[in-house]
Design a protein around this ligand. Structure first.
Ligand code: COA
Length: 351
């Protein structure tokens, strides 16, 4: 039978490290100021979220989401011992697209130098759940023979759409820039546990306005009716969040999808090498681990130094810990995600 295999993995974060201590001094262009710009501090951020620092792109307009995606994609393609021209499908998850349309996957395709190739390009809009949603799509495409080499990328540029004033501090402290990618392809095997073994994707639109970013309102003409430079009226260009509702639903969604993944596959934690949860808040992950009774030594996190990179967190975390020598080829991973929508899900796959 045909199973989907992860052929390569890559990730990328920009060089600039922004610590919790520096964050309150940044203005809306994330430039460091002499005086404090927002009322937040290292102690609050570290205690409530576990985050100590995050990465930001330069603010000179030289880097877009597709550039972050490109770096991660190149590394994943090289890791798979492939050339970009062998990719016949790109699935790109992001909530920070380069522009409104077309989707960012076509910009990535062009930057990979394969714009003239027969390569399908999908953008998917599942925010922090994009990796599991994209993995499910890629798995279906590969098993049906639709595509043979699928590049799945999660890439986010958050630092340009955060409110660096006290008003936006609840959201602003959480997010960072980064990208992660995998290349997937078919494998002929009789082993029912090989490759991508399980994916499940869920959504509950009742939570749509608990974590959202409007920017524009297409029902209205004009669909942008505020002055983006006026702090009194530009809230629509920043993400809005009911943190407590997101927190509770994230724990519930990730616990339920993790338990369902094991129940439906008949696996136990003895069969799983690593648990890779979405990286939204270390406290969310600690609660999930406690409630779902996950062995603590199997949990991989990177939120402490990358913050929440939304669609990128799962491949970024796996790649980080591979570089540290923990994750090895052939390890079986259970990933569980939750994001805006609400969307959530889980996947079990060997790396
Ligand atoms: N620095 C300092 N104080 C802050 C702050 C910050 N960055 N953000 C909020 N506060 C203040 C609040 O204004 C509030 O002040 P008050 O008591 O005077 O009203 C106080 O801290 C407590 O706020 P609260 O919202 O109750 O904190 P919390 O314990 O719920 O933590 C979050 C806030 C955002 C960290 C938490 O709700 C969370 O992580 N939620 C999930 C977010 C998430 O994961 N989003 C992405 C999902 S994919």
């Amino acid at each position: 039978m045909i199973r989907t295999q992860i052929l390569g993995l890559g990730s990328y974060v920009p060089d600039r490290v922004v610590t919790n201590s520096e964050l309150p001094f940044l203005n809306d262009r994330h430039e460091r100021q002499e005086t404090q710009q927002s009322e937040t501090n290292d102690e609050w951020i570290a205690k409530r979220t576990g985050i100590r620092e995050r990465r930001y792109v330069p603010n000179d307009g030289s880097v877009a989401t597709s550039d972050l995606a490109l770096q991660a994609a190149k590394r994943a393609i090289a890791d798979a011992n492939l050339e970009p021209g062998e990719i016949d499908c790109i699935i790109l998850g992001t909530l920070s697209p380069d522009i409104h349309f077309p989707g960012t996957a076509v910009f990535l395709q062009k930057k990979l130098g394969i714009a003239d190739r027969n390569c399908a390009c999908f953008d998917i809009r599942q925010q922090c759940s994009a990796f599991v949603y994209g993995l499910q799509m890629a798995d279906a495409f590969i098993k049906t023979g639709m595509y043979k080499r699928v590049l799945l990328v999660g890439a986010e540029l958050h630092s340009h759409s955060l409110d660096y004033s006290t008003r936006g501090r609840d959201v602003m402290v959480l997010f960072g820039d980064g990208a992660g990618a995998v290349v997937l392809g078919p494998q002929e095997t009789d082993d029912p546990r090989a490759g991508v073994m399980y994916t499940a994707a869920h959504a509950d639109g009742n939570g749509a306005m608990d974590l959202y970013l409007k920017i524009f309102d297409i029902a209205k003409a004009p669909y942008v009716d505020y002055d983006a430079r006026d702090r009194e009226q530009n809230q629509a260009k920043y993400p809005q969040m009911d943190g407590k509702r997101v927190f509770l639903n994230a724990v519930r969604g990730m616990v339920m999808s993790t338990q369902a993944a094991l129940a439906k596959t008949g696996l136990s934690w003895d069969d799983i090498a690593w648990f890779v949860p979405h990286q939204a808040n270390l406290r969310i992950n600690e609660k999930v681990v406690e409630v779902a009774k996950i062995p603590a030594d199997k949990v991989l996190n990177t939120i402490q130094f990358y913050g929440n990179t939304t669609a990128a967190t799962v491949p970024l975390t796996i790649d980080y810990w591979r570089q540290q020598g923990k994750v090895k080829r052939g390890d079986r991973i259970l990933a569980s995600v939750f994001g805006s929508g609400f969307t959530w899900g889980a996947a079990i796959f060997t790396f």
